[in-house]
Design a protein around this ligand. Sequence first.
Ligand code: ZN
Length: 190
Amino acid sequence: MQFDDKDISRLLAAVKFASEKHKFQKRKDKQGSPYINHPIKVAELIWNKGEVRDIDVIIAALLHDTVEDTDTSIEEIKKLFGDKVALYVSEVTDDKKLQKEERKKLQIKHSPNISHGAKQVKFGDKISNISDIAESPPCNWDFDRRRQYLEWSNNVVKGLRGSNDKLEAIFDDCLTKSEIFLDNEYKNTK
Ligand code: ZN
């Protein structure tokens, strides 16, 4: 697929927008990595490994946590990046007014019903998060919490299966590796 000047402009505008919105945020890992590393990783992963060639989906991947985790509104996304991007971002945004457990349950319930574009973003997000859980976990998470997180991610991904074979294979591989990694780490503490 060919991309034109306008597509590249929108893509770069999304990188800039997301980096500004997330500029004071850090990941929960020990090193406190810059938050923006995560959406960039998701966009790069679904483009390079998932072979997603829809520019609106790639832009949505860059913006996917701005509404949930910053002061960004869906209207703002719609105005700047268009209806499709706004739809994908809204479909992967949790309602922060709900309790955490409820939000987690809803992700499992909703994942089979979101659009094909949003499924690609969610796949990339879950792959990025489960690989982090093993290799650079949030510093206050114990083994059980990390194991439960892997299990929950797998349940959300059940609803995404069939939407991208390549991302599916990467997720499964990553999940197995993360489980082995956690088991080994657990054994080493015994
Ligand atoms: Zn994310």
